[in-house]
Design a protein around this ligand. Sequence first.
Ligand code: HEM
Length: 462
Amino acid sequence: MTLPPQIKTPLWLLRQQLNTNPSGCLDAIYKSYGDIITIMSGSTPIVYVSNPLAIKQYLTNTKEITISSVPLGDSPITVGQMGQQGILHIEGLVHKNRRPILMKAYHGERMSASGKSIYELTKKIIGQQTLAKTFIAHELLSKITLQIAIEVVIGLREGERYEKINHLYTSCIKYERTSLFNIVKDLPFTQVNLGRLSPWGYHKYLLREIFEFLYDEVKERRQEADPSRTDMLCDLIFACDETGKTFSDEEVRDLLFLPILASRDGATHSLTWLLYWVHRLPDVRQQLLEELDSLGENPDPMKIVALPYLNAVCCESLRIYPSPIFSLPRVVISPVEIMGYKLTPGTVLITNIYSTHQREDVYPEPKEFKPERFLEKKYSPYEFIPFGSGARSCIAGSFSIFQMKLVLATILSNYKLELLNKGPERQEHSNDQCYAKSGIKMVMHGQRQHQEKRQSLVSNLP
Ligand code: HEM
């Protein structure tokens, strides 16, 4: 076996550097060691790759490399807390069978149909902000993504049950952002469940409540047996596994957990960064507004999502600050050669999404936010890879971009917002996500009128 260059920094220190300064840490590693590196986790070599050719080589090699069923979580949040039969814990034929069933809710007509909900919800939530009062963008955006996720996944929009699940997930999000939880999460010896009032126990309690809620919902919906409903829960209840049997209630519950979690994590962080960039760069915002205004008042959501500059801005935001900076792991099952390195079975491969997106040879001036690059060039799926690629790629990539475009378009067209901090934002990394430490503080300055309306008001003046 010949492994790529090995990082000498102790794992605990590396993790700390990555969590407190993800870009700085990964930029320094790339500069010193190159685009394929090894980090040892005990006796397991973990190879991180940010070379598009190598990424293509191993993501398209299904003979010698497979998806791993066990998330390499050093983080206890990703290990064992998502239900034993959740999508991240399964592989092979079982994974192949469940994946398209989960994907159905996030594609085609279902995706287009959620455009109206995204628009209405964004208007309602942003419109509730008090004038001139500071708000945290991440908090507001997570309300939007969570509500949309609950609707798509379990088909609830309002009512007591909807409030309950919303409350549980919101409490979990809030708690996971507290300093107390972030200390406990990194110190295994503090992870003792001493009941609801203990730091670790409280998190366990919230997760247990969420699982119980989902389980009751599955049981009840199975009794209702209404195939006309169009949500993921309904798809799972009426689907069959690879042997032709229907899924058990526990299986359905476990499969439902991650999609809601992923929506509030990946989607919220990506939207927060998007709002930040657009409000940090007045020229980008102005160009976007002109493009949006060209559609007239109250445009069809499908016309909005087809706008080229809006698409370029969303892609550039996902490029410069991808929220998951690493892909899920793949594992070598037969000896294989990648970029001249001979890897033996058991070696783990992870795509370093952030460093791939920062390559100067692919993205000149990578630290600059330049949406034009996505208008001028089409990037391969191994160069621009915010949703991963291959058998474990994100099941909701298209939906997430669709949602990003509609939320941003609704906010920009209807409201005047301003960033409180005009400078660079400090990043942090935890739970496999990279986010703005402050949550991005913004101020609401009121409603915005559509360009045409403003012009007609001016021309009607005496
Ligand atoms: C902008 C928002 C999002 C980003 C940037 C994102 C990114 C990613 C990435 C990088 C992966 C790993 C891909 C790989 O290893 O090749 C992934 C996997 C996954 N994502 Fe997302 N994601 C987002 C939103 C969502 C949403 C809304 C859902 C809700 C269903 C979701 C569900 C999943 C699932 C279930 C997987 C694992 C798929 C499998 O194991 O087969 N993600 N996502």
